[in-house]
Design a protein around this ligand. Structure first.
Ligand code: C2E
Ligand code: MG
Ligand code: MG
Ligand code: MG
Length: 284
């Protein structure tokens, strides 16, 4: 009967695997058309100065509103885009959109765009970024590119050239999800990062405590010494905000401040902050 159980188990796996593969395949096919069909949009989540409470940056986060499947999260379709190569077209479109929206904001507000390692390793990657900046007439200083530690698993010449060239032109780089990958200090030493984003698993969830707090403190200390800013991700409560501030983080992001919102709401948040009742009263 071990054999029967084995067979049943195989059949179970076959079914769920087939279902996953079918969905993946559908997503892959439909993703190619999604841009043309206007199903994708970029949402913007504020990154806030923990000292002043003012918005310094918006992180661009892609959303796919599928007519049948509903809202798809990037965690589901970005990996498919990477596997199928669509990520290059998709990534360039995202950067171009984000740059265009940022160009409408006050000049001291920047935009952060996530880049996939595959996008960076593709030929002409830097050109895609430059085109986006040129078309939006956006100062390179106002664009931040977020990369994760997984980018550095492969010691790739193209990666190093991409970062060094664009950084020399004024584009800023941030190390995203810090602490979840290899967290080697080598690439912090080798690449000109302006920011480290401490992963939200250090801020909330089952592994948060004295230890994670000490780690944030140490990362913040190191970052400050190196002239980098430390962003705490995933801040959902005022207690978490206070804890990371106290640990030395200067910037924060999370649902406590705001979720990612459409561009018109991002503009409203900025307007409220600058010309809201308080601002008007001060100048009146
Ligand atoms: P990420 O770059 O680390 O982005 C932060 C993610 O955390 C976002 O999820 C955001 O909505 C979520 N988040 C923000 N604050 C909180 C909070 O307080 N609590 C919780 N639980 N979550 C919070 P999202 O938008 O689903 O994106 C997931 C990941 O997908 C991103 O992680 C990024 O790696 C990737 N991604 C998103 N947009 C793009 C894109 O345009 N291009 C590429 N290549 N990757 C993208
Ligand atoms: Mg990010
Ligand atoms: Mg992150
Ligand atoms: Mg993340």
């Amino acid at each position: 009967h071990a054999k029967i159980g084995g067979r049943a188990q195989t059949r179970f796996f076959d079914q769920s695997m087939t279902r996953d593969l079918v969905r993946r395949r559908e997503i892959e096919d439909e993703l190619r058309l999604a841009i043309q069909r206007d199903e994708l949009s970029i949402f913007f989540q504020p990154i806030v100065d923990l000292e002043t409470g003012k918005i310094r940056t918006f992180e661009a986060l892609v959303r796919w509103f599928h007519p049948v499947k509903g809202e798809l999260r990037p965690d589901e379709f970005i990996p498919v885009a990477e596997e199928s190569g669509v990520i290059v077209t998709l990534g360039n479109w995202i950067t171009a959109q984000a740059a265009r929206v940022c160009a409408q904001w006050p000049e001291d507000v920047t935009v952060a765009v996530n880049l996939s390692p595959l996008q960076i390793r593709a030929p002409g990657a830097a050109l895609g970024i430059r085109n986006a900046l040129r078309e939006a007439k956006l100062d390179p200083h106002r664009l931040e590119l977020e990369v994760t530690e997984s980018l550095f698993i492969e010691d790739n010449h193209a990666t190093a050239a991409f970062i060094e060239e664009l950084a020399a032109e004024g584009v800023r780089f941030a190390l995203d999800d810090f602490g979840t990958g290899y967290s080697s200090l080598g690439y912090i030493n080798n690449f000109p990062f302006k920011k480290i984003k401490v992963d939200r698993s250090f801020v909330s969830g089952p592994n948060v405590g004295k230890k994670s707090e000490a780690i944030i403190r140490a990362v913040a200390e190191m970052g400050t010494q190196l002239g980098m800013e430390i962003v705490a991700e995933g801040l959902e409560t005022i207690d978490q905000v206070q804890a990371v501030r106290e640990a030395g983080c200067t910037l924060g992001q999370g649902y406590h401040f705001s979720r990612a919102v459409p561009d018109y709401l991002a503009a409203m948040l900025l307007a409220e902050e600058r010309e809201g009742p308080d601002g008007l009263r001060k100048t009146a």
